[in-house]
Design a binder for this molecule. Structure first.
Ligand SMILES: [Zn+2]
Length: 136
């Protein structure tokens, strides 16, 4: 008897792989998802800014006397693409801590970060450690 021929009874007797059974609906943790996106957005802005910084520091035609450079606001709003003027020195100082971000004044999402410095040009926010690990 060729092994490919299986009747209905044989099929039914086959064990069902666990993953196929019932297809349990998992609840989406929307809050975690939102926070993850938020942190990723900030990290994307920061990656852009790091490239910008390198460009500024490499450019010999620019005086390194602390001119403002248009960096990208690093807030968690994915629609925000606003420029934030700060000097390369200020940018480097803010980012000396891995969980600190520079944002425009009031571009703060209170539940995952808190303001550690507020100035006229930009604010510095510090990310809660739980929000950082959510994005990894
Ligand atoms: Zn912003």
């Amino acid at each position: 008897m060729p092994p490919a021929r299986l009747d209905a009874a044989a099929r039914a007797a086959w064990p069902t792989p666990a993953g196929m059974r019932g297809y349990a609906r998992r609840v989406v943790d929307r809050e975690a998802l939102r926070q993850e996106r938020l942190v990723k957005n900030e990290q994307a802005a920061r990656a852009y800014n790091n490239r910008r910084l390198r460009f500024e520091l490499d450019d010999d035609s620019v005086d390194d006397d602390g001119d403002d450079v248009p960096f990208l606001c690093e807030c968690g709003d994915e629609t925000c693409a606003e420029a934030m003027e700060m000097t390369p020195e200020e940018f480097i100082a803010v980012h000396s801590a891995p969980n600190r971000f520079a944002v425009l004044p009031r571009h703060v999402l209170g539940e995952v970060e808190w303001v550690v410095e507020d100035g006229d040009k930009f604010w510095v926010v510090e990310k809660r450690p739980s929000a950082m690990s959510a994005a990894e």
